[in-house]
Design a protein around this ligand. Structure first.
Ligand code: T3D
Length: 261
């Protein structure tokens, strides 16, 4: 059987490729299990300081595999169970990983597939890629964090339009709306993702992980709480070897050599 998630180990980072191309990399339980295992393996590898998440074939991810639902007609599907067992732990893991995660959206990202991209730290998309909040068309609710990410990324008016109309948004529109970091030419997508990953792999990883934490917490903190959190996180950042190295390199007038801790 083919690997549902391909792992390509590079110098300082890993590329994880969702690999069910004939279904546009739609999620079934096996793909979920393979992806979460690949994320745990990446986290356990201390030499891995960045992840790229992309899709095999012409799609990034078409969300939930609807064939799974069609397979048991007449039976009420336990969607809460699927979210609780699979999608929610996946989104939580992506947010909590102590390293930058780059989504390289190579083609259509629909339903949970779109929202899993938004859970990543930097979203690059091929210009031919589209983002679709497909849920409304199925009578479902944006999940995998979609109802949380959308208003924060694009504002209330656009979030409502996207969620209720379920119309595709092209990559360049997504960039213009601030939904993603950048839309790039199709042929340049992977090269750009590798360039960014190679850059991050030389950066102060522990500090980057603290930045992720600070930005996530800011979504629900008051300014007062956030100032306290910045105090605490900056204390931790200041104790990393990389901060010492950055200051030493500054005065030596040389580029820093970060070890990620
Ligand atoms: O279950 C729960 O717990 C709830 C969780 C829900 C999370 C969700 O993600 S709900 C949203 C589910 N996803 C969708 O509704 C998207 C369905 N797919 C589409 O609308 C279209 O496929 C796309 C717009 C994504 C792409 O369109 P197009 O024309 O480029 O490709 P296609 O021909 O529709 O798809 C190619 C093949 O992939 C096709 O198979 P075939 O005919 O070649 O054998 C198609 O059936 C298959 N495919 C695409 N998406 C899915 C899928 N198969 C199963 N599940 C899919 N989601």
């Amino acid at each position: 059987e083919t690997d549902l998630v391909l792992t390509d180990i590079r110098d300082g980072y890993r590329v994880l490729t969702l690999n069910r191309p004939d279904r546009l990399n739609a999620f079934n339980a096996d793909l979920h299990a393979a992806l979460i295992a690949a994320l745990h393996a990446a986290e356990a590898d201390t030499s891995c300081r960045v992840l790229i998440l992309t899709g095999a074939g012409r799609g990034f991810c078409a969300g939930q595999d609807l064939a799974d639902v069609a397979a048991s007609p007449g039976e009420a599907p336990d969607l809460s169970g699927t979210l609780a067992r699979h999608y929610n732990p996946l989104v939580r893991k992506l947010r909590a990983l102590p390293m930058p995660v780059i989504a390289a959206v190579n083609g259509v990202a629909a339903g949970a597939g779109a929202n899993i991209a938004f859970a990543c730290d930097i979203v690059l998309a091929a210009k031919s890629a589209k983002f679709i909040q497909a849920f409304a068309k199925l009578g479902l609710v944006p999940d995998s964090g979609g109802s949380w990410f959308l208003p924060r990324l694009v504002g209330a008016a656009r979030a409502r339009g996207l969620a209720l109309l379920a119309e595709p948004v092209a990559a360049e529109q997504a960039e213009a709306w601030g939904m993603i970091w950048r839309a790039v030419d199709d042929a340049a997508l992977l090269a750009e993702a590798h360039r960014l990953a190679a850059h991050f792999a030389t950066q102060p990883t522990a500090g980057l992980a603290l930045i992720k934490q600070a930005l996530d917490a800011s979504e629900s903190n008051s300014l007062d709480q956030q100032l306290d959190l910045e105090c605490e996180l900056q204390g931790q950042a200041g104790r990393t070897a990389d901060y010492g190295e950055a200051v030493a390199a500054f005065f030596d007038k040389r580029p820093p050599r970060f070890i990620g801790r």
